[in-house]
Design a protein around this ligand. Structure first.
Ligand code: NAD
Length: 391
């Protein structure tokens, strides 16, 4: 018999999460605002209905900024002392969204202290460090997770469903187009931080995006076996947050070709120096023998073999077909929440259950590996094998 208490979740434990890098773009918008603060309101609901309370602790370098942020959002705990928060036994999870160059030291300290760790990508600046982190987490037995946000986006969830349903027949290829114009910063301020354009500060689009592309390709197509890349710094001078000109030492575009197990070929362009003539800032097209689909962050359209038109190449005649109209929208069939929040929930449930998260530091290391090999492929002008990483 239903009772009035059926809808009231049992109150479980409280998870205390130290969040470092929350004054940054990603740390603030996606992780604090869109994920942890809403979860603080609703609690984390476990599979058995139990509610787990979430308590963030803000960590940062600038006391004034962190204190203001904490006050603005009614957060009781904040600190500029990372070591003390990591040493605090009441803290369950250490989260890192600092600039990439700070990650290795911060994560290794947290893992050594036995904290569960959740982190932005890339996990380290070099493959050696990324593998070391993965080993440390495995040996310490902590639950480690790395942001694989693109896989939780509605567009990619739909694309993945088409793969699972066998919609494509034999998958032949994937094309990805990512990018937009990032202003140089002289006239209009740049919409990305200046460290992104300095190699010495961990910047560069290859380092930034190839770790995403690695897990996207793994999830949709399979293991990446080779990489051929050409990177470029199209805009050599940019202006920083203070309005000072600086030389861009990192790549702002990367043109990559990837061979996947089973013979699928993926080709992905990444650029901060293109103007958008697409429906979304990133789009992936998968072509297979029985169908094709194009997915962005949210939308996904598909075309079956039976509905495939038969265009004939004739440059002397104007185009009469409206090709975009020949695709059908793929429905979500579910309410898909913010991707960062969905992954946070999954990761925190794994922490409570004491089981490993499906996107851990080994997966992250493969992302760092692809970026490192992409840069090397471009520097050496050749195709490179992607060896399997064994911990
Ligand atoms: N998942 C994604 O889609 C995605 C997108 C963009 C960035 N990122 C990753 O998130 C991380 C943060 O990127 P962001 O765009 O939020 O950067 P940001 O510059 O906006 O924020 C950086 C944060 O690190 C802190 N920080 C600590 N030490 C620093 C130092 N020495 N110099 C400068 N800042 C320092 C800053 O105070 C700030 O809180 C990066 O590792 C980046 O690769 C992920």
């Amino acid at each position: 018999m239903a009772t009035s208490s059926d809808n009231v979740p049992t109150r479980g434990r409280t998870l205390r999460i130290a969040m470092n890098g929350v004054t940054g773009r990603m740390g603030y918008r996606q992780h604090l605002l869109r994920s942890i603060l809403p979860l603080r309101e609703t609690g984390l609901r476990l599979e058995d209905g139990t509610r787990v309370d979430i308590e963030p602790i803000l960590v940062g370098r600038n006391a004034e900024k962190i204190a203001d942020l904490a006050a603005e959002h009614g957060i009781a705990s904040w600190t500029t002392d990372t070591a003390s928060v990591i040493a605090d036994p009441s803290v369950d999870v250490y989260f890192d969204a600092q600039v990439t160059s700070r990650r290795m030291e911060a994560l290794s300290g947290a893992i050594k202290a036995g904290k569960h760790v959740y982190t932005e990508k890339p996990t380290a600046e070099t493959l050696t460090e990324a593998i070391e982190l993965a080993r440390m987490a495995e040996n310490a037995g902590v639950v480690a997770g790395v942001v694989h946000d693109k896989l939780y986006l509605p567009g990619l969830v739909k694309l993945r469903r088409l793969v699972d349903e066998g919609f494509f027949g034999r998958i032949l290829s994937m094309r990805g187009e990512f990018g937009y114009w990032v202003f140089e910063g002289d006239g209009q301020p740049a919409q990305r931080p200046s460290w992104n354009y300095r190699a010495e500060d961990g910047g560069g689009i290859t380092v930034d995006m190839f770790c995403h592309w690695n897990y996207v390709m793994e999830a949709l197509l399979g293991t990446v076996q080779t990489v051929t890349a050409r990177t470029a710094t199209h805009i050599p001078t940019r202006w920083d947050e203070q309005g000072n000109a600086y030389p861009a030492t990192a790549d702002d575009a990367a043109y990559g070709i990837f061979e996947i197990e089973g013979g699928v070929i993926a080709q992905i362009n990444s650029s901060w120096a293109v103007r958008v003539h697409r429906d979304e800032l990133v789009e992936f097209q998968i072509d297979g023998t029985h169908g094709s689909a194009v997915a962005g962050l949210r939308g996904c359209v598909a075309q079956q073999r039976a509905h495939t038109p038969k265009p004939v190449w004739n440059p002397d005649l104007p185009v009469t077909e409206r090709f975009r109209d020949q695709w059908l929208e793929v429905p979500a069939n579910a309410d898909l929440d913010n991707g960062f929040k969905l992954q946070w929930e999954e990761y925190l449930r794994d922490v409570v259950a004491g089981r490993s998260h499906r996107f851990g530091l080994l997966s992250a290391a493969r992302g760092v590996q692809l970026a490192e090999l992409g840069l090397r492929s471009s520097a050496e002008g050749r195709r490179l094998d992607v060896p399997e990483i064994v911990l």
